[in-house]
Design a protein around this ligand. Structure first.
Ligand code: SF4
Length: 577
């Protein structure tokens, strides 16, 4: 099925901020964290936060301690004061755009104006806004509320930030017609407006729309209403388990959007499920091709094959013969380590990639056995190359397997707060790249007795390419990783900075590939690898600009960088050397 993902789907700025404030408190291991009311309208995220010890207060308690977080929707000022009076630390995560509406209301309330809020009467944000406007405040949720309006003083009209623009215009117009002279503040937030506009555009390209979000989320429901008004079939789901496959079978091209409280990992799961569904009239070759891509990816066969080819092309670049054992050694090691690590890191996969986890669980024994055989084979081959390569590969294998094990002594861990290698911030992104560079560059170089600057240059190129691949995969998983407490590079320095690092590294790899042949450190045909780096740059750009969504096709496209890079080298060597 063809899936088009809306660019602005998922957490809006305010929700992301509220979740990050909460996660930061959890990461700082603060005790007694509670949110005042549910932090966001998403039961799955709330469940995860609860697992991490974040409680939800449904009202002002008699006694409390620790930190109470005010959610993105805000609260009436009286409630905030009551929380402070309890003596707890109040962390205000009210969205800055909601704060702006509160400030408008407060200003006019002081000047003697009444307030009309166009929004859902029972929504937490509206309840909070009413607190700033009291005592002269009325809520208009729909046409039925218009006849009951009474106004005998100057007044302002504001909107709930997630209000549908057309409804706001219609209702505010009707109020002004009946009570002329009111001041209108259209306070719908940009994020909501963009999302709604995007749904209208998306509906012109698709036959049906899947909206991912909490059942109680007002903005999620509004997105569905807009699509329905445009005559599209709408499927509102909280998770991929809610997808109505019978209904979806009538369509071939669907759009996906999500409410402001929906994390990306849940959107990705829905996108993956839809992508793998044949849809109307696509049960043929394309569906089988998709399945083949999925099996190659989920089993790690494709990534290991890319590593094997990289080892072959590295050997050629260092002036060695393309010995198939280089391929087999790298293939066996990478196939084994990627699979074994997947088994050891099931916690994050549960959120980020449940389809892959299910794939592993369904084939647990065949994958464990084949991974062990592949690792033994790689070590056997390394032993034929000599004691040094064997020792290097064995050390990397042990470190890889122990990556998730608590091997750092308690005395050191008390100081560093790190008990496992994987707890070193950003470590996975770097260690995996390092292991790839060892097995694809250093081992062939060692066996072929190649030392010096050419090896250093090639090692740096491969390290950087694999680092880019790893960090990009970490960007896809950043929200899930953050919630489960995984310290990947994007979690540590943010997605924006990570993307900047990636562009810098792409530039570095391109520069090295161009310059090293010029100074005789690599052969001239090494520049044949440049189109693969350009391809990588284009993939990153397409992802960043929302032209390609995270799913099987994007992952397969990224893993293709390795075969592309290596095959270009092999072809160039055949043609030009
Ligand atoms: S929808 Fe807008 S106002 Fe509401 S939390 Fe998100 S960014 Fe803030």
């Amino acid at each position: 099925m063809k899936v088009i993902l809306a660019k602005n789907a998922g957490f809006c700025m305010g929700v992301r901020r509220a979740v990050e404030i909460t996660i930061d408190l959890v990461r700082r291991e603060e005790k007694g964290i509670a949110t005042f009311g549910p932090l966001i309208h998403n039961p799955q995220v709330l469940g995860l936060l609860e697992e991490r010890g974040v409680k939800v207060l449904s009202g002002i308690p008699e006694k409390a301690s620790g930190t109470v977080i005010i959610r993105a929707h805000g609260v009436p000022p009286k409630q905030k004061a009551a929380l402070k009076a309890l003596g707890v630390k109040v962390q205000d995560a009210t969205c800055p755009r909601v704060v702006k509406v509160q400030a408008i209301i407060k200003k006019y309330q002081r000047q003697g104006y009444a307030t009309i809020i166009i929004g859902d009467r029972d929504h937490a944000e509206v309840v909070g806004l009413m607190g700033y406007a009291e005592p002269h405040v009325q809520v208009v949720s729909g046409d039925a509320d218009l006849p009951g309006l009474q106004l005998s003083m100057p007044y302002i009209i504001v909107s709930q930030t997630t209000q549908d623009n057309a409804t706001f215009q219609r209702l505010s117009g009707a109020i002004l017609a009946r009570f002329p002279g009111g001041q209108v503040f259209e306070t719908i937030c940009d994020s909501t407006r963009k999302r709604q506009e995007e749904v209208k555009n998306l509906c012109q390209k698709v036959e049906a729309l899947v909206v991912v979000g909490g059942k109680t989320s007002a903005n999620t429901q509004r997105l569905g209403e807009i699509a329905e008004k445009m005559g599209r079939a709408v499927f509102l789901v909280e998770t991929e388990a809610d997808l109505d496959w019978q209904g979806l079978a009538a369509f071939d091209r669907v759009g996906v959007t999500a409410g402001a409280s929906t994390p990306t990992w849940m959107i990705n799961r829905v996108v993956r499920a839809l992508e793998s569904f044949p849809g109307k009239g696509r049960a043929g070759v394309r569906a089988r091709l998709f399945q083949a891509m999925w099996y190659l990816l989920a089993s790690n066969l494709y990534v290991a094959m890319g590593g094997g080819l990289l080892a072959l092309s590295s050997a050629l670049l260092l002036g060695l013969e393309p010995d198939p054992r280089y391929f087999l050694m790298a293939f066996g090691y990478l196939f084994a380590m990627h699979n074994l690590n997947r088994f050891a890191n099931q916690e994050a996969s549960k959120f980020n990639d449940p389809a892959r986890l299910a794939f592993f669980k369904a084939r647990q024994w065949p994958l464990l056995v084949s991974s062990s055989v592949a690792l033994a084979g790689a070590l056997g081959l390394a032993s034929r190359f000599g004691a040094g390569p064997l020792l290097l590969l064995a050390t990397m294998s042990v470190l890889g397997i122990l990556y998730s094990v608590r091997l750092i002594p308690l005395a050191i861990a008390r100081l560093t707060k790190v008990r496992r290698l994987k707890e070193i911030p950003g470590s996975k992104t770097f260690f995996v790249a390092l292991a790839w560079a060892f097995v694809t560059v250093l081992l062939p170089a060692w066996e072929g007795r190649r030392y010096g600057l050419p090896v250093v240059g090639l090692f740096t190129i491969v390290l950087a390419i694999v680092f880019i691949r790893n960090a990009l995969f970490d960007v896809f998983d950043v929200q899930g990783d953050r919630i489960v407490g995984k310290e990947t590079l994007p979690v540590c320095i943010g997605e924006k900075k990570t993307m900047q690092v990636l562009y810098l590294l792409i530039g570095l790899v391109a520069a090295l590939l161009f310059l090293l042949p010029g100074v005789g450190l690599l052969p001239g045909w090494a520049r044949a690898g440049l189109p693969a780096i350009l391809y990588m740059f284009v993939m990153v750009q397409l992802y960043e600009h929302g032209k390609i969504c995270h799913g099987v096709k994007l992952e397969f496209g990224l893993e293709t960088v390795f075969p592309l890079f290596s095959l270009a080298m092999l072809a160039a060597r055949l043609l030009f050397a």
